[in-house]
Design a protein around this ligand. Structure first.
Ligand code: SF4
Length: 353
């Protein structure tokens, strides 16, 4: 008689739990099927990187209504897509999305490659996304490790090495417990367990289907895994932004394609650093908001001091840009930093009037 090892048992117990408790998500096929649309799986996986399921939901609905398949997305206008992405953050993902859709349409006849290696060769598709799409859309055995899976695996095996050095061991352990069959369901079941049961701060071990095989459960505090490295404070930067208003319109620029918020519309701003250049883009009677607009990016926090002024009909700032109707500023697809800066200026203007 073949004796079942703990790794096989983990997969079996988890899949049995998933069959009953799988989250219903708009990009998913029901447990036990491999019928998920690769386009929807890929789109959701790109959107979900660094973003919650709750935040992605409305974006996914809007994108798939407007661009129902990869051919439609490949034909999208760059600026339209960037505007539709506004608010989801990490804007390089949106540029990669477009590059990938165009490669699938142009080089693969509109069909996603069905192997991990084929997917990995697409522009902007990293190891994680390739594994996730290969497993979930095509039922390929692939080792899928996102932040949720990383946490669950680190706890199952009580991996004491701090992140990020622990990643190879976590991946090896994830490989050992990934079954040959139903690899897509297994990946999604791990994601669900991490999102709903094995949560970062208060894992609900009492209802966890894996607790009999979990090494962290046997310790006093399962939540200490994965072990975090000592935190370093984020550097802080400052900058200046300008709201230039002319006859009911505000001057918006398009940010350079490369770099932070690349390709997005924005308000004109200085460089962001320790001593940013406060020279305004045009001469005007400038007013300055008392409180800077604060925003936290991945690698630094920013205080943006906002200045605002009305200018005459004959004034246009140097460089590329457009006069955008102030009443429709909500439709400009501004990234969160500039959307908040615009709100702050308009609140101050309203208070003065
Ligand atoms: Fe996470 Fe607790 Fe389940 Fe272990 S028993 S996998 S720590 S929820």
């Amino acid at each position: 008689m073949r004796v079942e090892g703990p790794e096989t048992k983990i997969a079996r117990d988890l899949l049995a739990h998933y069959d009953v408790h799988a989250r219903r998500l708009p990009w998913r096929a029901p447990p036990g099927t491999n019928a998920a649309d690769p386009y929807r799986v890929w789109l959701s996986e790109v959107m979900l990187q660094q973003t919650t399921v709750a935040a992605v939901g409305p974006y996914f609905a809007r994108f798939t209504e407007r661009w129902p398949d990869v051919a439609a997305l490949a034909a999208a206008d760059d600026a339209d897509l960037m505007a539709a992405w506004a608010g989801l953050g990490y804007y390089a993902r949106a540029r990669n999305l477009l590059a990938c859709a165009r490669a699938v349409a142009r080089d693969h006849g509109g069909r996603f490659p069905d192997t991990e290696a084929g997917l990995r060769a697409l522009p902007g598709v990293g190891a994680y996304t390739a594994a996730a799409v290969a497993a979930i859309a095509f039922g390929r055995r692939a080792v899928v490790v996102d932040a949720n899976v990383e946490r669950v695996v680190a706890r199952l095996f009580a991996i004491a090495t701090p992140l990020p050095a622990a990643r190879p061991a976590i991946r090896d352990a994830a490989d050992r417990i990934t079954p040959d069959a139903r690899a897509g369901d297994f990946a999604q079941a791990m994601m669900d367990l991490g999102a709903t049961v094995c949560t970062p701060r208060n894992p609900a071990c009492g209802i966890c289907p894996l607790r009999s095989d979990c090494a962290a459960f046997a310790t006093a505090d399962p939540a200490i895994f994965p072990v975090r490295p000592a935190k370093r404070a984020k550097p802080h930067r400052t900058g200046h932004g300008w709201w230039i208003e002319r006859d009911g319109h505000v001057w918006l620029v398009r940010r350079p394609d490369t770099g932070l918020l690349g390709g997005m519309r924005g308000l004109p701003s200085s460089d962001w650093g320790d001593a940013p250049d406060a020279t305004p883009p045009v001469a005007a009677d400038w007013r300055t908001l008392a409180d800077p607009v604060r925003h936290v990016f991945t690698h630094f926090s920013l205080s943006l001091t906002m200045h605002h002024a009305h200018v005459g009909d004959d004034v246009t700032p140097d460089g590329a840009g457009e006069w955008w109707p102030v009443a429709r500023i909500g439709d400009a697809g501004l990234p969160t930093l500039f959307a908040r800066a615009a709100q702050a200026v308009r609140r101050e203007q309203d208070a003065r009037n």
